[in-house]
Design a protein around this ligand. Structure first.
Ligand code: C2E
Ligand code: MG
Ligand code: MG
Length: 625
């Protein structure tokens, strides 16, 4: 099958870049290729957490100005339509590697993102090691190359595509999906490739601060990707408001004209303010004190990549408890030597000659890049999640910790377990005895910390309607069970602390719960909680009363009357829309909106007194408490 038969260009995706067929001819493209008319520019990709440059995306550019200017995206689309994409692609890669090499890429602690079309990737000519040779000639380590595969072409032969991707991955390249969300492949592409990186297309970033749909979508993509161990990049950031919004999500990497435009050199710029932002939005107190990994770190003398392997051998033999040694170059962690692996592979070796062969080698020669490096402010839960997504033999390796990208020390797995245990004990002390959830003191401290750090959040007050008659009628034991089950339901849906230091669940007391989420995330969560309760009603009321949709009990005046099945009244206060200065002020506002929710029959959500969302299916009779 020919390369053009394998893929179809996506007209829809082309639309947002203003594709106008015919603006560059086949002849002009061939002319550019024949006369060395192209070069590579680079646009930095920044780490959200450290503000430092994580990598550079190589982008094709014309050597000479053209009038009218040429849209580079269009050049690739035209080449695709003309069946010469693979040649163009390979030439551009050559420029990308050569220019990066000339500009001293190898000395930078960064990755190189190169765009590659699926057609080229699957082309038999490109699987003969041409990219390897090119990378080697230009001095670009393969492990630091990320192949960005655009989603804008439909893959017909997924088997071949998967094999092609695997071929590159086996050779050490990392894989990214580009333009995610506007292309053909979508989730199928994601599951076939299982990429290391995913670039959320500019379409979803543009005006994300004003569009709650995009807001929730990107937030959800980031959460899913983290569950899958995929690093997320947001591209096309043009406005400070977009950056501010994205900085609140679990987006790892950021790219766009606002941060830096593509240029002919490898920039050294750093985004200092972002690191501060991240510190500010993280709230350790929300999860118990000292729950950032930084509190557990111990300084361990690192090795440098230039040191002899004999230095490493000496360190391991002198200290038999030493499980790993970090390798640090100019204060950046570049690798980790694992004791067992090092001694078995380097010192013994498959034929027992390892020691002799290692005498003249340096640490850099044996460094793999499979080590875990986290920032000191990272919550412990997040570190655990990252550990779980590691591959087999590295699962129990020590973790390297950096502060603003600079080496700080390491954390051993047993120290991490100890920290988690301590945190659980601390949490248990302030917990509500019935639900085990953080109680009032904890709730107030959490809210106070958020307010102090001036981050916006949503607070949801959740109250069970007509709980007193339920308790009187079904008995305290069953009432306690309901409290526990509803508490657990809320926790299951909110997942406090998992991937998101904003998510918090507390038990105010009695039948009142509190949930804290990022701005805009609360309403959807509350709807899911109400849906979850509907599913529990047969268990709470028994089959007969559930099917009748009501039961009879005494009201507060002692009169026998009809009550609806259990429902929830939820009042949401968003600090973005209703600025507050203290916990007391927030509690006052929240109880006001909760009261408004109580006016509605059945389960209801009221947000900032303005919107009211009535739950379907729970509109039976009931009274406001
Ligand atoms: P892409 O891979 O999604 O690259 C990002 C494009 O967005 C680049 O356009 C970049 O200049 C532009 N960009 C970056 N930040 C912003 C921003 O904040 N706002 C806006 N409006 N644009 C931003 P460029 O260089 O014109 O490239 C267009 C497309 O052409 C690329 O999209 C990629 O699909 C393709 N392309 C470019 N260079 C190469 C290459 O060397 N090889 C291959 N195969 N494709 C390439
Ligand atoms: Mg790209
Ligand atoms: Mg893109």
């Amino acid at each position: 099958m020919s390369q053009t038969a394998e893929v179809i260009m996506l007209e829809k995706g082309a639309g947002h870049r203003g594709f106008q067929p015919g603006r560059i001819s086949r002849g002009e493209i061939l002319d550019l290729l024949d006369n060395n008319g192209l070069t590579a520019w680079f646009q930095p990709v920044f780490s959200r957490q450290t503000g430092e440059i994580f990598g550079y995306e190589a982008l094709a550019r014309l050597r000479e100005k053209r009038t009218p200017p040429l849209d580079i995206g269009e050049l690739f689309k035209r080449a695709q339509a003309e069946g010469i994409i693979s040649t163009l692609d390979m030439v551009c890669r050559e420029h990308a590697f050569c220019r990066a090499g000339e500009l001293g890429f190898a000395e930078r602690n960064a990755y190189l993102y190169v765009n590659i079309c699926p057609a080229t990737l699957m082309h038999p000519d490109h699987r003969g090691g041409a990219t390897d040779r090119l990378a080697e000639e230009c001095g670009i380590p393969k492990e630091r190359i990320i192949l960005e595969i655009t989603e804008q072409e439909a893959i017909r032969n997924y088997d071949l595509f998967k094999k092609s991707v695997e071929y590159y991955r086996r050779r050490g390249y990392k894989i990214a999906i580009d333009d995610f969300g506007v292309g053909y492949g979508g989730l199928k592409m994601l599951s076939v490739i299982e990429p290391d990186y995913l670039k959320v297309d500019r379409h979803f970033v543009t005006n994300i601060d004003q569009d709650s749909f995009k807001h929730n979508l990107v937030d959800a993509i980031a959460t899913v990707c983290h569950k899958l161990g995929i690093t997320v990049i947001a591209e096309g950031i043009e406005r400070p408001e977009e950056l501010e919004t994205l900085a609140r999500f679990d987006i790892d990497l950021l790219q766009g004209f606002l941060l830096e435009r593509p240029g002919p050199t490898l920039s050294r710029q750093r985004l200092a303010p972002l690191a501060v932002r991240d510190d500010a939005s993280y709230c350790p107190e929300a999860h118990g004190e000292s729950c950032a990994i930084g509190a557990t770190v111990k300084y361990l003398e690192p090795l440098s990549p230039q040191q002899s392997l004999m230095n490493a051998y000496q360190r391991f033999t002198e200290d038999v408890k030493l499980q790993g040694i970090p390798v640090v170059d100019e204060q950046r962690v570049v690798g980790m030597l694992n004791r067992t692996h090092f001694l078995e592979k380097q010192m013994v070796g498959p034929y027992g000659y390892g020691f002799a062969l290692s005498v003249n080698r340096v640490v850099r020669d044996v460094l793999g890049d499979d080590f875990l490096l986290v920032e000191a402010v990272t919550p412990i839960e997040e570190v655990v999640r990252r550990i779980k997504s590691r591959r087999g033999r590295h699962l129990y390796d020590d973790i390297c910790v950096a502060k603003n990208g600079k080496y700080l020390g390491t954390v051993a797995i047993n120290a991490l377990l100890e920290a988690i245990t301590q945190k659980s004990i601390q949490l248990a002390k302030g917990a509500n005895p019935l639900s085990g959830l953080p109680g009032n003191e904890f709730i107030q401290r959490t809210v106070a910390t958020f307010l102090q750090r001036k981050v916006n959040f949503d607070v949801c007050y959740i109250d069970i309607d007509d709980f007193k008659p339920y308790n009187d009628y079904y008995g305290f034991e069953k009432g306690d069970m309901v409290i526990r089950r509803i508490g657990q339901l809320i926790v299951d849906i909110v997942q406090p602390g998992v991937n998101d230091s904003f998510r918090f669940v507390g038990h105010i007391g009695g039948d009142d719960f509190i949930v804290i989420t990022r701005p805009h995330a609360s309403q959807q969560i509350c709807r899911r909680i109400i849906d979850g309760l509907e599913g529990l009603l047969p268990e709470f009321h028994g089959e007969r009363e559930f099917s009748e949709g009501r039961y009879y009990a005494r009201d507060r005046q002692g009169e026998q009357r009809q009550f609806a099945l259990l429902s929830l009244s939820i009042g949401i206060v968003s600090t973005e829309e209703c600025p507050v200065n203290s916990y007391a002020e927030l509690a006052f506002l929240a109880s006001g909106v909760k009261r408004a929710a109580k006016q509605e029959k059945g389960s209801a959500i009221v947000r900032n007194r303005r919107e009211s969302v009535r739950s379907q299916g729970s509109q039976e009779e009931g009274t406001a408490a």
